[in-house]
Write a protein that binds this ligand. Structure first.
Ligand SMILES: [Zn+2]
Length: 467
C-alpha cells in the first residue's frame, strides 16, 4: 500500500495548497433554555441560560465576520419551547443547526466537552426521529465531530467525545443538527472557565471553527443510500463534488468518470502539465488546473446505458492481456495518419485518435493519458466510448493496471465466484480486489463481472482504498 500512502500524502499537500474555499453557510444557533427555564445552575451561581446565550452571541459574531449567515432562535432571556425552536429552524432553509448548552452532573469531578447528535443506528422507539433526521445521521455525526474537535482544541477542555442521543432538537429537524455541551457547571474548574469572558471566547472560536469546516449537503439523492458514508468522505476530500444537488449513486459509472476518479487518486496526468501550453505558465495555476475535476461537473450529457455491444466488444478487446498490447501497438503504428491534435497544441502528448473522443470532451486529457499509459486500449472499431458504462470486470482490470502494485495467482482457496472462472481475463484482478476487500461480489458466490459498475460502488471502493 506504499503508493496509496504517497497518494494520500500528495492529496493532503494539494489540499493545503488549495484549501477548500469555505463556502458561506447559513447557520441556526440555538442558545439552550431561557426565560422561566434557567437550565443547569453552576457551582459558582452561574445560570446555564445566560452562558449559553453569551457563547451563542460570540459564535454568531465570529461566523458573521467570516462571511456566514447566522440566525439565532433567541436573542434575549425568553422561554421558547423545543418544538418552536425546531419549527423555526425548519423554516430557515439553513445548512445546519447547533444548540449550545452547558452540562451538569451529580458527580462534581466530571468535567469536559461533548457533542450530541442523533444516530439512526440506535433508534429509541419512545423518541422517534423525524424522517429527515433519520437519514441525516452521517452528516450530523460529521458536524458533531468537527465541532467537538474545534472546541477542545481551542478551549482546551477535556474531550468527552461524541454522544448519540435522541434529544428533541437533534432528532426532529430537517437539517444536520447537533447539541454542544461546552463544559460542566457542576465542576469547579469548568464553571470557572464558563464564567470567564476570554474562556467563553475560546469556546466560541472553537465551535465556529468546527461549524465552518462543515460541507453543506449537496447529495440529497444519496442521503439514505447504503454508500452515503463513503460518498460523504470522498466529498469531504474533494474527490467528488455534487452536481445539481445530486450524486446519482445508482447510475452506471461511465468509462470517462472512472478514469477521472483514477486520475484523482493516481494522478497520472500530473507530469504532463508543464508540457501543455494550453495551461497558464504559473506553476501554481497549472496545479490548480489539475485539481480534481468534479466527477459530476462533467456536463449534463446523459449517459448511454443501453449499449449492449459494449460488453461483447469489451470481451473482444480484452481476451487476454497480450492481445491488448498487440492491439495497442497496431493502433499506434497507424495513428500518425491524422494530425487532429496539432491544432490543439496537443502534439507533445502522444495519443491515438478515437472516432468518438473530441478534444473538447471534459475528460479528454485524462483519457489521452490513460491510453498513453496503456491503462485503457480502446475498441477495435477505434472508439473509446467515454460516456458508456464500464463493467465491474473492466473496473477491476483497469484499476490493477493503474495501481500496478500487486499480483496475485488465483488458487483454489481464493477462487470463490461461480461467475469468475480462473481462465477469465479479469479473474486475477477480481480476486485480488476481493482479497484486499476493495471490491466485493454482489453475493457471496457471484461477482457480476459484466454488470455495470455503479457510482456508489466506485465511491465505496475508492473510500476503502484511500481511508
Ligand atoms: Zn442545557
Amino acid at each position: 500500500m506504499e503508493k496509496c500512502k504517497h497518494t494520500v500524502i500528495f492529496l493532503m499537500i494539494l489540499f493545503v495548497i488549495f484549501p477548500n474555499y469555505a463556502q458561506a453557510l447559513k447557520v441556526v444557533i440555538d442558545a439552550g433554555h431561557g426565560g422561566k427555564d434557567p437550565g443547569a445552575l453552576g457551582v459558582n451561581g452561574l445560570k446555564e441560560k445566560d452562558v449559553n446565550l453569551d457563547i451563542s452571541f460570540k459564535v454568531r459574531n465570529i461566523l458573521e465576520e467570516r462571511g456566514h449567515e447566522v440566525i439565532l432562535t433567541r436573542e434575549n432571556d425568553t422561554y421558547i419551547s423545543l418544538q418552536d425552536r425546531v419549527k423555526f429552524t425548519n423554516q430557515q432553509n439553513a445548512d445546519l443547526f447547533v444548540s449550545i448548552h452547558a452540562n451538569a452532573h451529580h458527580d462534581p469531578s466530571i468535567k469536559g466537552s461533548l457533542v450530541i447528535y442523533y444516530n439512526n443506528q440506535y433508534p429509541d422507539k419512545d423518541y422517534p426521529a423525524s424522517k429527515a433526521m433519520s437519514v441525516l445521521t452521517p452528516y450530523s455525526k460529521t458536524l458533531a465531530q468537527s465541532v467537538l474537535n474545534g472546541l477542545v482544541t481551542e478551549a482546551e477542555t477535556k474531550n468527552l467525545g461524541l454522544m448519540s442521543k435522541a434529544v428533541y432538537v437533534a432528532r426532529m429537524g430537517s437539517i444536520p443538527s447537533i447539541l454542544v455541551e461546552t463544559a460542566f457547571l457542576s465542576n469547579e474548574q469548568d464553571a470557572e472557565r464558563l464564567v470567564d469572558e476570554s474562556e467563553r471566547q475560546k469556546m466560541a472560536i472553537g465551535i465556529a471553527n468546527g461549524l465552518e469546516s462543515f460541507e453543506p449537503i449537496t447529495f440529497w439523492d444519496a442521503l439514505d443510500h447504503w454508500a452515503i458514508t463513503s460518498i460523504i468522505r470522498l466529498q469531504d476530500n474533494d474527490l467528488i463534488i455534487g452536481y445539481n444537488n445530486s450524486y446519482e449513486p445508482n447510475r452506471s459509472l461511465t468509462r470517462a468518470e472512472f478514469l477521472a476518479m483514477m486520475d484523482r487518486i493516481f494522478y497520472f496526468t500530473s507530469d504532463k502539465v508543464s508540457e501543455n501550453e494550453q495551461e497558464t505558465n504559473e506553476p501554481l495555476d497549472n496545479l490548480s488546473d489539475e485539481q480534481p475535476t468534479p466527477i459530476s461537473e462533467e456536463e449534463t450529457e446523459s449517459t448511454q446505458e443501453n449499449n449492449v455491444s459494449d460488453r461483447e466488444n469489451s470481451n473482444h478487446e480484452q481476451n487476454n492481456s497480450n492481445t491488448d498490447l498487440n492491439e495497442t501497438n497496431e493502433k499506434e503504428s497507424t495513428s500518425d495518419n491524422t494530425n487532429e491534435f496539432d491544432s490543439n497544441k496537443q502534439t507533445k502528448v502522444e495519443t491515438k485518435d478515437f472516432k468518438d473522443l473530441s478534444a473538447d470532451h471534459w475528460a479528454f486529457k485524462i483519457i489521452q493519458e490513460a491510453v498513453n499509459n496503456g491503462y485503457i486500449l480502446g475498441y477495435p472499431d477505434e472508439t473509446i466510448r467515454p460516456n458508456e458504462p464500464i463493467s465491474r470486470a473492466e473496473v477491476s482490470v483497469i484499476f490493477n493496471r493503474i495501481w500496478n502494485e500487486n499480483e496475485m495467482t488465483v488458487t483454489e482457496e481464493t477462487f470463490l465466484y461461480e461467475d469468475v472462472s480462473e481462465e477469465k481475463w479479469y479473474a486475477e484482478s477480481v480476486y485480488l480486489l476481493k482479497e484486499l476487500s476493495l471490491l466485493n461480489g454482489i453475493t457471496e458466490t457471484t461477482f457480476g463481472p459484466e454488470r455495470n459498475m455503479t457510482r456508489a460502488e466506485l465511491a465505496v471502493m475508492v473510500d476503502r482504498f484511500l481511508y
